[in-house]
Design a protein around this ligand. Sequence first.
Ligand code: SF4
Ligand code: SF4
Length: 441
Amino acid sequence: MKALTFKGGIHPHDNKHHTEKIAIKSLKTPGKLFFPIQQHIGAPCEPLVAVGDEVKMGQKIADSKAFVSAPIHSSVSGKVVAIEPVLHPGGSKVLSIVIENDGKDTVHESVVPKGDLSTLEPKQIIDIVREAGIVGMGGAAFPTHVKLSPPPDKKIDYVIVNGAECEPYLTADHRMMLESPEDIIYGLKAIMKVLGLNKGYIGIEENKQDAIKVMKEYAAKEGGIEIVVLKTKYPQGAEKQLIKVVTGREVPSGGLPADVGAIVNNISTCTAIAQAIKTGMPLISRVVTVTGSAVKQPANYLVRIGTSFRTLFEASEGFNEDPAKIIMGGPMMGIAQFSIDVPVVKGTSGLLALTKKDVALKPESPCIRCGKCVDACPMNLLPIYISAYAKKNDLEKAEEYNAVDCIECGSCSYVCPSKRHLVQSIRVAKQAIIAQKRAKK
Ligand code: SF4
Ligand code: SF4
């Protein structure tokens, strides 16, 4: 069957060879762990513990009354030694609960199986997901219980699991599909039950033939799940592009997936849902790809939330040379890091350490009007014009050219022969337009 895809996009070298064949390693975390109270889109949590408290693994340590938020749990047993601002991978200091690991992994009493999927009611599943602190684990970290509770006027008829993993270098989802297919299917079935659907979809890029084979085998055992083979192209895993390919529906400008009856969930989010129901363990760990040519031993680790990036790089035997750039996430949409003394949060899909050679940048030169940025844009935007207006600070014009629809995929910058800083300028304009709109409300 022909692999499906969308219009536009790019074909960067995927660089997945470093880690795609290596099984996930479990990482022990000695010493202190750091739990920022903001690890998700939405309201930050309030600490539920105080300095000096003993805590257990899986214990809720921070929560919020806001609907769009997700509680935070300790990933180890030990003692709260500080509650103080700590550098967050987002770049600013965020109030964090610091726990000294006692190494015993004493499990909290609340961590018990939550029942059988066949007998759980949709509302019970949503409550389990909420209480387990589950968020979108592809990077955006949007609370999953909110996604599973669409407004009554938005009938969802497509649930899609995103197995595209289109960002170069990252292989955590690929390894999960090979090593935990039952949990992925179980998590998807739970979501289907919540939304009253008999059919679910898992989209996988065709460069992961082994994962396609495994997931097809497990999906066939269950029934009601279709594996959709996607062309290997960036940004194939972007929500709007994935929805268009699987459903043929287009999310309208300024709209959400629910507006076209679809929701998309990440591979790790599905396994987290499965664990929360089957064992009662909340979201306290995740798989992180540690890679890049500056890393001595690239690998995928199952790591406790709160572990410092430094611990992960040390597990990979450090660096071949001083990294010129460290990124949380993939090279296209990840966040540059100033320090490796920051914790793994729920949205940390990968750590990338690049050498000087990898990041050598040609200087920006004048636009030669080649149109390559326009052809590459998966959102059918005109990056050349939006960027020009953004640089002139003409927000009205930038908005007219739909700057807010930019998904910040970086495809335009990637193809530009003049190395124009397109995505950077468009991002600034987009944020300013959104801020202006909020201020007017
Ligand atoms: S304008 Fe935005 S959506 Fe279009 S290619 Fe550039 S970064 Fe991607
Ligand atoms: S790709 Fe670069 S040089 Fe070509 S039109 Fe776009 S901005 Fe100009």
